[in-house]
Design a protein around this ligand. Structure first.
Ligand SMILES: O=C([O-])CC(=O)C(=O)O
Ligand SMILES: [Mg+2]
Length: 120
């Protein structure tokens, strides 16, 4: 997995998912905010084109009707049509902690309809 920490700004998410994913999952800690979306259909489609396996967002997405049709595993807390800033504020490939779990860049993430597992 790769990681990003950001708050109501998806500039780094957009930039990262527009670069090669090599089959990785991107975990985004948006602080649990549902006030604006950190990914939508266009960024998700870019992730598919660039070989990402999935995206886990501790926050919101939008365009979910299209996102669910894509060949990309997506987990988010919810959705909101409001877009985020695109200034690129945040940090890439730092250890994240939410939901009582530490998400370390390079660790392996497994997910299905029931939930998410992380192995070192
Ligand atoms: O513009 C955004 O922030 C997200 C979005 O709608 C998309 O990726 O399609
Ligand atoms: Mg969109």
């Amino acid at each position: 997995m790769r990681t990003i920490r950001c708050h109501r700004d998806n500039g780094l998410v957009k930039q990262t998912l527009n670069s090669p994913g090599h089959g990785a999952v991107l975990v985004v800690d948006g602080g649990g905010s549902l006030e604006s979306a950190l990914m939508g259909d266009l960024i998700a489609a870019a992730a598919v084109r660039n070989g990402w396996a999935g995206v886990v967002i501790h926050g919101a997405i939008r365009d979910r009707a299209v996102v669910r049709t894509l060949d990309l595993g997506v987990k988010a807390l919810g959705s909101n049509p409001r877009t985020s800033a695109k200034d690129g504020a945040g940090e890439v490939d730092v250890p994240l902690e939410f939901g009582g779990v530490t998400f370390t860049p390079g660790a392996t993430l497994w997910a299905d309809e029931d939930g998410i597992l992380v192995t070192p």
